[in-house]
Design a protein around this ligand. Structure first.
Ligand code: SAM
Length: 290
């Protein structure tokens, strides 16, 4: 039975094993059953699913996942947590714990091995210090994924969800929205964790698009353009792209592309939609090929 969501039970486990929280691993354990229920229901986990959990901690959410999924693979970096997980998860025969850094795991191979290459669901209360590399790694490595439902810093969840013209809009918004549909499903205050984080948190569900919302001739070029535009946020797009060491377009070429798109020469990257970055990327791509 899933019981670790009750604070007293978590405290007992921590005391039994004399566990010391490691700040460097972003350890803030969930101690709120309502939040745990909300994550599980938002992730739509069923008995058909293989779930990848990143950072199980003492196994609180893992217990909930094990009761709802066919198979749970949980990757935990902190070896001090492994004996604890063996204890808290002993009732479940559908959980596999891997003691590894998630950024070093070949998740594609794991999905092949454990789920016959079918799309997996990722569910996690993420370590906040590596939220972006984890999410981008999952998308860019072409792991077959159905959805990613994760607890992240509130501010990061906002950045993933917003569109042009807002201060939070940036390279992360565009990258996430290229691969998935983001929806914030819950805001979670610090008192739902032990120890309490210094920031607010939110649960966000990223549902993978079956087809990307824009089709471009060179995906890498579009992402280089996006990065260059937001690296130099206060510059106009023409200057930002022209100054980027990752790109080799003259001011005239960029100006010409903007003119073709009917955009102002003084426009900034933060005003462009994903579709417009796609169009710009294709125009510049064609120019270089001529
Ligand atoms: N899932 C647990 C919960 O909700 O109570 C713990 C969540 S805690 C925010 C993040 C977890 O990720 C910790 O257990 C931490 O040790 C683990 N972690 C940190 N960096 C990791 C990495 N690179 N690879 C795998 N796990 C990591």
């Amino acid at each position: 039975m899933a019981t670790l969501g009750i604070p007293q039970n978590t405290i007992e486990v921590l005391q039994k094993y004399k566990f010391n929280f490691q700040k460097k691993f972003g350890q803030n354990f969930l101690i709120d059953t309502h939040v745990l229920d909300k994550i599980i229901s938002s992730a739509n986990v069923t008995k058909e699913d293989m779930v990848l959990e990143i950072g199980p901690g003492i196994g609180t959410m893992t217990q909930y996942l094990a009761e709802n999924a066919r198979k749970v693979v949980a990757v935990e970096i902190d070896k001090a947590l492994i004996p604890i997980l063996e204890d808290t998860l002993q009732e479940y025969d559908n959980v596999k714990v891997i003691n590894e850094d998630i950024l070093k795991v070949d998740i594609r191979a794991l999905a092949e091995e454990e789920n016959g290459g079918k799309a997996i669901k990722v569910v996690a209360n993420l370590p906040y210090y590596i939220t972006t590399p984890i999410i981008m790694g999952l998308f860019e490595s072409h792991v077959p994924i159905d959805s990613i439902t994760v607890m992240v810093q509130k501010e990061v969840a906002d950045r993933m969800q917003v569109g042009p013209g807002t201060k939070d809009y940036g390279a992360l918004s565009l990258a996430v929205q290229y691969y998935a549909k983001p929806e914030i499903v819950a805001n979670v205050p610090p008192n739902c964790f032990m120890p309490r984080p210094n920031v607010g948190s939110a649960v966000i569900r990223l549902t993978r698009h079956s087809e990307p919302p824009v089709v471009v001739k060179d995906e890498k070029l579009m992402f280089r353009l996006i990065r260059a535009s937001f690296n130099q946020r206060r510059k106009t797009l023409v200057n930002g792209l022209n100054n980027s060491p990752e790109l080799c377009f003259s001011k005239e070429e960029i100006a010409k592309a903007l003119e073709t798109m009917g955009l102002s020469q003084t426009i900034r990257g933060e005003a462009l939609t994903l579709e417009q970055f796609g169009e710009l990327s294709d125009i510049l791509y064609d120019m270089k090929r001529k």
